[in-house]
Design a binder for this molecule. Structure first.
Ligand SMILES: *[C@@H]1O[C@H](CO)[C@@H](O)[C@H](O)[C@H]1NC(C)=O
Ligand SMILES: *[C@@H]1O[C@H](CO)[C@@H](O)[C@H](O)[C@H]1NC(C)=O
Ligand SMILES: *[C@@H]1O[C@H](CO)[C@@H](O)[C@H](O)[C@H]1NC(C)=O
Ligand SMILES: *[C@@H]1O[C@H](CO)[C@@H](O)[C@H](O)[C@H]1NC(C)=O
Ligand SMILES: *[C@@H]1O[C@H](CO)[C@@H](O)[C@H](O)[C@H]1NC(C)=O
Ligand SMILES: *[C@@H]1O[C@H](CO)[C@@H](O)[C@H](O)[C@H]1NC(C)=O
Length: 523
């Protein structure tokens, strides 16, 4: 009997796309939302970007949906998640410097309303399955207290895929005396009985259970931030079988991890279809940042990788699939500018028909861009401004923050180009300070030779026309001082509203040994 409601809603929804859908105000309900966030999934690692890794489900869903080919995320985990959840740039949440480490007393500021809070207000059942990584040092930071009815997964940034435990790690923090701890929960309860079960399987199964137990009278928001395909490189052997020929061990295992994630997405899609939920569902797929080339990921032909402000760190894989998108737009690619901070207003106002009054958002509602092919309301993206210097290189050439930096030290009163920052304005992109390693790294099995540019000492300004030069080969900073000046002006504009980074020292009280060998709150 729900069927007739659903199809009349669907019709209302499609007809109403030219204005704004309010079908939830009727007896019918707004669309379900499935948001899948892959971890460290590289630009080159999806079949439809020419990868040797096979991703039949992602390819099919993207081919029937709208591929987002001018889509940006942040270069590392916590920042992307913070913007997805809050719709705000990191310079407005104090999270502009690096990730939240497991021992840091920090989380997404509690005054920030989350997209889950808003969707819950609109009558959605809200579920999170997978990785949180937005802080857990006190209970108020936990996903179950940030708008999610249910949570199943882990709080930290990475862990073993089978034991679901992790050791202590934060550059510059003395972890001696720390024990490793379990980080796996159902609701708020630690779960010891998933040892030996691979997280991609476990998360897919939980997602399927949520769909099966769902009350069809309510819309749902299923946020599914997979552990895959972040390091450690682990996957059941059978997924590596088809990739035996890949000589590079990291790439070989990573390929299997991608294959397993793709299968999981296929399973969830099939379950949603069998349950009759798919017709009124919007599926969003996104990576959280560029691939980590030292852990199997790849972003070829883009420059740089995870952690850097080069395109390889931030130009993300993403698409939207939904039967609610008009047929004429299904199977198209959008070149409109879309950023991860846009999902909050897009889901709340665009998809669910809610309002955004009283919220201070940096994101734009791009639902009409995706579902009607309209021009994006977004004309620029602040990729980031991080006023804390990055003086160190680890053995992989990744930049690590100075552990001894005092986070309450005085910041320069105005922006200057030695500060690590990047901004996109129209077709133009400016990078300042130290953006991270700038090599072009092809997939290890491709036979293509990596390109390592000679780094000019003291250089800290680069300008590119990304539309004409998406791979950042031609620095135009000397040829176009006018554009440099204009974009520095925009960075100065944003710098004026910057909340100083909150990057507290690690806290010995985080030690799992003090909490029954579990990573949990310590305040
Ligand atoms: C659905 O809700 C809209 C907005 O409140 C209203 O204009 C419309 O008449 C309603 N449609 C039905 C079928 O009740
Ligand atoms: C780390 O702390 C331990 C004692 O807890 C101490 O013995 C060791 O020297 C410290 N290491 C460093 C590098 O400070
Ligand atoms: C683990 O234990 C929980 C709670 O006791 C139970 O609901 C769940 O089904 C168990 N899962 C597995 C895989 O054993
Ligand atoms: C997908 O479903 C099949 C059939 O139930 C199952 O064997 C497989 O393990 C599932 N894969 C994942 C990744 O969950
Ligand atoms: C520019 O910013 C750096 C921080 O990256 C700061 O140390 C320096 O003092 C600033 N220079 C000026 C002239 O303000
Ligand atoms: C950048 O990383 C690549 C790959 O690890 C390395 O070969 C290269 O030397 C690094 N460049 C610099 C300037 O450190």
């Amino acid at each position: 009997m729900m069927e007739s409601h659903r199809s009349s809603c669907l019709l209302t929804f499609v007809l109403a796309l030219s204005t704004v859908s309010h079908c939830h105000q009727n007896a019918t309900k707004p669309p379900n939302i499935i948001f899948i966030l892959a971890d460290d999934y590289g630009f080159h690692d999806v079949g439809y970007h020419g990868s040797a890794i096979k991703t039949p489900w992602l390819d099919k869903l993207a081919a029937e949906g709208v591929k987002l080919e001018n889509y940006y995320v942040q270069p590392i985990c916590t920042p992307t998640r913070s913007q997805l959840m809050s719709g705000r740039y990191q310079i407005h949440t104090g999270l502009e410097h690096w990730i939240i480490w497991d021992v840091q007393p920090n989380c997404l500021p509690l005054e920030d309303v989350t997209v889950a809070d808003k969707l819950k207000e609109l009558g959605y059942a809200t579920h999170a399955v997978g990785k949180w990584h937005l802080g857990f040092y006190k209970k108020d930071c936990w996903p179950t207290r940030r708008g999610f009815d249910t949570f199943f997964g882990y709080y930290t940034g990475s862990e073993d895929y089978f034991t679901h435990s992790r050791g202590c790690g934060m550059p510059g923090f003395n972890c001696s005396g720390f024990k490793s701890g379990l980080d796996f929960r159902d609701q708020e309860l630690p779960m010891h009985n998933y040892t030996g079960s691979y997280s991609t399987h476990v998360f897919a199964q939980r997602a399927q259970q949520i769909l099966e137990n769902h009350n069809p009278k309510e819309p749902f928001f299923l946020y599914l931030p997979f552990q895959a395909v972040h390091s450690p490189l682990q996957v059941p052997e059978k997924y590596i079988e088809p990739y035996k020929h890949i000589a590079d061990k990291h790439r070989r295992i990573y390929s299997g991890m991608v294959a397993c994630m793709d299968e999981a997405i296929g399973n969830i899609t099939q379950t949603a279809t069998q349950l009759g939920l798919w017709d009124n569902t919007v599926l969003i797929f996104s990576t959280d940042n560029g691939g980590q080339i030292h852990k199997g990921g790849n972003n070829w032909p883009l420059r740089g990788w995870k952690t850097s402000l080069w395109e390889g760190g931030i130009h993300g894989v993403g698409f939207v699939h939904s039967p609610l998108i008009p047929k004429s737009l299904q199977g198209t690619s959008s070149k409109e500018m879309i950023h991860v901070s846009d999902w909050f207003p897009t889901l709340v106002a665009g998809v669910a028909g809610g309002h955004l009054e009283g919220l201070k958002l940096d994101g734009f509602n791009v639902w009409q861009t995706i579902s009607q092919g309209k021009a994006s309301p977004r004309k620029e993206i602040l990729h980031n401004i991080d006023p804390i210097p990055y003086p160190r290189l680890d053995q992989h050439g990744d930049f690590y923050p100075d552990p001894y930096f005092s986070y309450h030290s005085n910041l320069p009163s105005s922006f200057n180009t030695t500060i690590r920052a990047a901004i996109r304005v129209g077709d133009w992109k400016l990078l300042t300070g130290d953006p991270g390693n700038s090599s072009w790294i092809p997939p290890p099995d491709s036979g293509i030779i990596p390109i390592h540019p000679v780094e000019q000492k003291g250089k800290h300004v680069w300008l590119f026309n990304i539309q004409e030069d998406p791979n950042e080969y031609h620095d135009l900073s000397e040829a176009r001082p006018d554009k440099v000046k204009e974009l520095v002006g925009r960075l100065q504009y944003y710098y004026n509203s910057l909340v100083p980074p909150f990057y507290p020292p690690g806290d010995p009280r985080a030690n799992p040994a003090l909490h029954g060998d579990i990573w949990t709150n310590w305040e």
